[in-house]
Design a protein around this ligand. Structure first.
Ligand code: PMP
Length: 427
């Protein structure tokens, strides 16, 4: 399968070699590194992509959730065109930032006030900074640590998917076991006084679409409230899973929430928001206000695309439609796997899912680790040959341009994979 990929993609190979001249490994975004080389995309339209060698793909990756609007969505396109007509580096406030903030505050239960950043990573960095100062000003001066969870991903400098990372922010971390109520409670009992924040995804995305059990999330909510620790939901990916994010769907409301990805209409975006009492720390009219600057925080193209996308396209109704489609596709895929009796399955919620080559139900990090990596790699190469654009790690995030026909094609490609590779897919 790998050799076929090499043979099919000579132009992408040559683009990769060109990129290696001035970038380490030809890469500026580690997620997109693929062995033997990543494909170069030259065009996208609707829910389709074309690579440098002229192959057409149905895009089920959806830019790791940032591409919820598909490619060149007419409403977003019109908003960006209009913004371009008016110029875009003002060194001043623009007309859309307040509108986007209001749309977000109206929909996300935990957000009274919000501020924008350029990426989800930055949103998390700022949320932690705010939570830390909040604890200090409340007199919790010993609280200098942050609890995160094994498998969590909060950006390039807050990476806990395979343990930790040498480039992580220099906080002291307490790494707790995700979905393990007793284990987490024990760590909170031990370190509670030292913790200013608990940062977690209500469904771990990069780790393999591992949904947080509602009871687990509720337990974290109760424990953090009782101890005066700021609970931060990283909904950079999961905010799409209901009109008010996964927090609204589960009825678990954190103190702060971080956002990113699609909410900027596909332009660079991030945000952090939460309770008035915490976010007012950043109010520049207040004494001792915390600084939060950033040249591109209110970038005119992002703000315009964001208002059009979140306000007009990804409405509450559209969120329901897209997530229902995701649930239906995932159920069909899992029915195919069950019927064939193979150790292959898809976890996730709504429009987000990940393939796993294991028969174990996906509940913990150990279940995810039991996945057969060779089979997952084969799945990626087979999907690529079948014209399905998917992440190397088997991640899928549907976009609103995908219709029944494209959904059917994706399901058919997986069915073909399961039947052609059945012998390799045994538990
Ligand atoms: N948090 C989560 C849950 C994410 O999935 C990501 C990106 N994959 C980030 C934060 C970081 O966002 P960005 O890439 O925009 O910095």
């Amino acid at each position: 399968a790998k050799q076929a990929y090499v043979d099919r993609n000579p132009k992408s190979f040559s683009r990769h070699q060109d990129a290696c001249v001035a970038m380490p490994g030809g890469n500026t975004r580690t997620t997109l590194h693929n062995s033997p080389f990543p494909l170069t995309v030259v065009r996208g339209e609707g829910c389709r992509l074309w690579d440098a060698d002229g192959h057409e793909y149905i895009d089920v990756l959806g830019e790791y959730t940032a591409g919820i609007y598909g490619h060149s969505h007419p409403v977003i396109r019109a908003a960006i065109d209009k913004a371009l007509d008016h110029g875009w580096n003002f060194g001043g406030r623009n007309e859309n930032e307040g509108k986007l903030a209001k749309l977000i505050a109206d929909r996300m239960p935990s957000i009274d006030l919000v501020r924008f950043t350029n990426s989800g990573t930055e949103g998390n960095v700022m949320a932690l900074a705010g939570a830390r100062v909040f604890a200090q000003r409340k007199g919790r001066t010993r609280a200098t640590k942050v609890m995160v969870f094994h498998g969590g991903y909060h950006g390039g400098v807050l990476y806990f998917v395979s343990g930790g990372s040498p480039v992580n922010m220099p906080y002291e971390y307490v790494v707790a076991p995700y979905n393990d109520i007793e284990g987490t409670k024990a760590l909170l009992a031990k370190h509670g006084e030292e913790l200013f924040a608990v940062l977690l995804e209500p469904m771990q995305g990069s780790h393999g679409c591992l949904p947080g059990d509602v009871d687990f999330l509720k337990a974290v909510r109760e424990e953090t409230r009782a101890r005066g620790i700021t609970m931060i939901f990283d909904e950079v990916m999961t905010s799409r899973l209901s009109p008010g994010g996964l927090q609204a769907r589960h009825g678990v409301i954190p103190d702060m929430t971080t956002l990113g990805k699609y909410i900027g209409g596909g332009m660079s975006f991030g945000a952090f928001g939460g309770k008035r009492e915490i976010m007012e720390l950043f109010d520049p009219t207040k004494p001792d206000a915390l600084p939060h600057a950033g040249t591109f925080n209110n970038n005119a193209l992002t703000m315009a695309a964001g208002v059009a996308g979140y306000g007009e396209v990804y409405t509450a109704e559209a969120a329901k439609t897209l997530n229902d489609r995701g649930d239906s596709i995932r159920e069909r895929l899992n029915a195919i796997c069950r019927k064939a009796g193979v150790a292959f399955q898809f976890s996730g919620i709504g429009s987000m899912m990940t393939a796993h080559a294991t028969a174990r139900p996906i509940k913990t990090a150990a279940d995810i680790a039991s996945s057969n990596q060779d089979v997952k790699e084969l799945f990626f190469f087979d999907m690529s040959a079948a014209g399905i654009w998917i992440a190397r790690r088997g991640f899928v995030a549907l976009n609103v341009m995908i219709g029944d026909a494209e959904g059917d094609r994706f399901v058919a490609a997986v069915e073909e994979f399961v039947s052609a590779r059945k012998a390799l897919l045994q538990a």
